[in-house]
Design a protein. Structure first.
Length: 258
């Protein structure tokens, strides 16, 4: 069976040639196609379920053998970074999976080809299809190659950088008040909006940032705050006069009644 140029291109992106093209077609079929055509049609939901399990297994084994001194909780956190919706959607986006999906016209018109949930589901389905077509080792080879950069990044920086957590920890050492995040602007179509967030603390604006989701915008605002002159001044105050802050007691203070 001859394959179309787009399908061959996708196989090249994944570095895998399907023996059974029907598995590939199933992995690329969004559920909206059957809903819109009112005809019985396979879709990629079952393969998505299978692919999720295959990804979990491969990543779990790779992390298990790489981080010999990590306990279950730490390994689970590392794996979560690799199989998050954001990560899986990025893997799919980098291989132009969206343009190959078969979907209903309504889904496509609403931005379905670029939607993170659609892309992450399709990536899982493709991994499930590769597993059925070529077996576990074929799936392992594809996964480790496609996700090599993220795996290398985790090996270099196993402790995830958390700007919001860092900012909160710094500020709560000075006051019981937590930083407050507000979305102050939205721009763009529904399927590709950009959000702008502002972070404030005790009435002071510490930073603003933008991102393709509210969470990413808040993270960007926290990153901006951590390098801002305002927060650097707060950090200096913390070092220079810790005992003068509310809730901080001088070390070795004796009770005057003694």
């Amino acid at each position: 069976m001859d394959k179309s140029a787009p399908i061959q291109s996708l196989e090249e992106q994944f570095g895998y040639q399907f023996q059974n093209p029907l598995l590939l077609a199933e992995a690329l079929t969004h559920p909206s196609l059957a809903y819109e055509t009112h005809r019985a049609h396979f879709d990629n939901q079952r393969l998505e379920f299978l692919g999720d399990a295959v990804l979990q297994l491969i990543f779990t084994h790779e992390l298990f053998r790489t981080f010999m001194d990590y306990n279950e909780g730490n390994l689970t956190k590392l794996r979560a970074r690799l199989v998050s919706r954001t990560a899986l959607a990025a893997y799919a986006r980098n291989r132009s999976v969206g343009q190959h999906l078969l979907m209903g016209r309504g889904e496509e018109a609403s931005g379905g080809r670029a939607r993170a949930s659609t892309l992450s589901d399709a990536f899982e389905a493709l991994i499930g299809a590769i597993y059925l077509d070529g077996g576990l080792e074929a799936a392992r080879t594809v996964i480790l190659r496609l996700c090599a950069e993220d795996l290398a990044r985790i090996c270099d920086e196993p402790r995830e950088v958390n700007p919001k957590g860092q900012l909160q920890e710094m500020l709560q050492a000075l006051s019981a008040s937590s930083p407050h995040y507000t979305i102050i602007a939205e721009d763009g179509p529904d399927h590709q909006k950009t959000f702008v967030a502002r972070v404030e603390w005790n009435g002071r604006t510490l930073g603003t940032g933008s991102g393709l989701s509210k969470k990413l915008a808040e993270t960007a605002a926290a990153e901006a705050a951590l390098v801002s002159a305002e927060v650097k001044a707060i950090a200096r105050d913390r070092i220079d006069a810790p005992a003068s802050r509310p809730g901080n007691k001088p070390v070795n203070t004796r009770d005057s009644s003694q």
